[in-house]
Write a protein that binds this ligand. Structure first.
Ligand code: UDP
Length: 195
């Protein structure tokens, strides 16, 4: 089955490798692509927040099963999912890919010290990435203005680490505006990556 529904969320039933191949295609074609890596907390949150559910239904291009709880629930419901695909694993792979291809990357989220440490690591270890933005996640501006500021940097990849649903709300604005980038919410990934 192509999609597996768990509590109203349609997960893409693909392996990590299949996601990689599809994302490479989207990036090469400069197609606006929103990836949501949904863990059990996100699934529960969408069931309580209709606006968040709408983003997953109408704006997300891919939804991965980010957590063994989702994989287990799918099996229990009789529609097994191929494998767990975490946001962190996709993030680190996409950063290596961006480095190989010299892509333009925008990062937003986490505490100021964490985003600084993330930036330092990229400059050291991913020096072929064009880092077009690295901004902390405690801004005062509204999401529309922040989205506009991101768009102006013309990124190929956008990673938002603001927690859910805020990160998906920001990225959904960019997706609606058809920003030709691959965008993904990555939760606490900058904290782990920089630590
Ligand atoms: N965060 C942020 N702005 C906020 C709230 C949270 O940048 O207004 C950051 C926080 O510093 C952390 C990240 O969002 O780096 C992920 O938060 P959370 O613990 O919710 O991550 P998850 O459990 O979803 O992976």
């Amino acid at each position: 089955m192509d999609k597996v529904n768990v509590l109203g969320v349609d997960f893409d039933n693909k392996s990590f490798q299949q996601f990689q191949n599809e994302f490479i295609g989207k990036i090469n074609a400069h197609q606006s692509t929103l990836v949501v890596t949904a863990n059990p907390e996100i699934v529960m949150a969408t069931n309580e927040n209709p606006e968040f559910m709408k983003i997953l239904k109408y704006d997300a291009d891919y939804i991965t099963a980010d957590g063994i709880g989702i994989v287990k629930a799918a099996k229990y419901l009789g529609n097994p999912i191929i494998e767990r695909v975490t946001g962190y694993d996709l993030f680190t792979w996409l950063m290596s890919f961006a480095n190989e291809r010299n892509l333009r990357v925008y990062l937003i989220g986490a505490e100021p010290s964490v985003i600084e440490a993330t930036k330092a690591k990229i400059i050291q270890e991913y020096s072929d990435i064009q880092l077009v933005g690295a901004r902390d996640g405690y801004f005062k501006e509204d999401l529309e203005l922040v989205a506009y500021q991101i768009e102006r940097t013309e990124p190929d990849l956008v990673f938002a680490a603001l927690g859910s649903p805020k990160q998906e709300q920001l990225l959904a604005l960019l997706r609606k505006n058809l920003l030709p980038a691959l965008m993904m919410g990555v939760g606490g990934s900058f904290d782990v990556f920089s630590g």
